[in-house]
Design a protein around this ligand. Sequence first.
Ligand code: SF4
Ligand code: SF4
Length: 178
Amino acid sequence: MKRPAPDPADEAPFWRRRSLEEMSRAEWESLCDGCGRCCLNKLEYADTGIIAWTDIACRLFDDATCRCSDYPHRSERIPDCETLTPRKVRTLTWLPPTCAYKLVAEGRDLYWWHPLVSGDPETVHLAGISARHRTRSEEGIPPEEFDDYVVDWPGEDPAMRIEVSERGKAPGKRGARR
Ligand code: SF4
Ligand code: SF4
């Protein structure tokens, strides 16, 4: 007996069906939830290797829109802005726990607030996940003072009630950014 072809509408969404490597460019770009957490400066404590987030954002980060103000030229303007790849998603230690790329790489599903799930780009902000209206610019703040601006929320996953940020002692180097 011939089986009917599956209805495309019944298929699982692409992030459940495809690995990061298998996604199209458009799918890959749409996977970013726009939280802006990866645009925050991080500290890596030399003695423990623990990452601590600050609320100091990259100078190109627009706190009002929660977007990069010059995304097409970000790599030239900010050399330590990391362009994510599937390999980097699996190896970088500082991606926030709610990052959609990290979730998919770990075989987890996207949360309800992700625009691909909710259909609304505002939900990542309404859920309190994003960095919108919560940052200060790095301009004028010397790196040796970043330790004064360490915050917990970028390392938290509210949906799982997990707090992953523990603080070590002396600050080491700055983390790279997306
Ligand atoms: S942390 Fe991940 S999901 Fe959030 S803005 Fe950065 S790349 Fe996108
Ligand atoms: S970290 Fe990169 S993507 Fe984020 S605001 Fe800076 S240049 Fe733009």
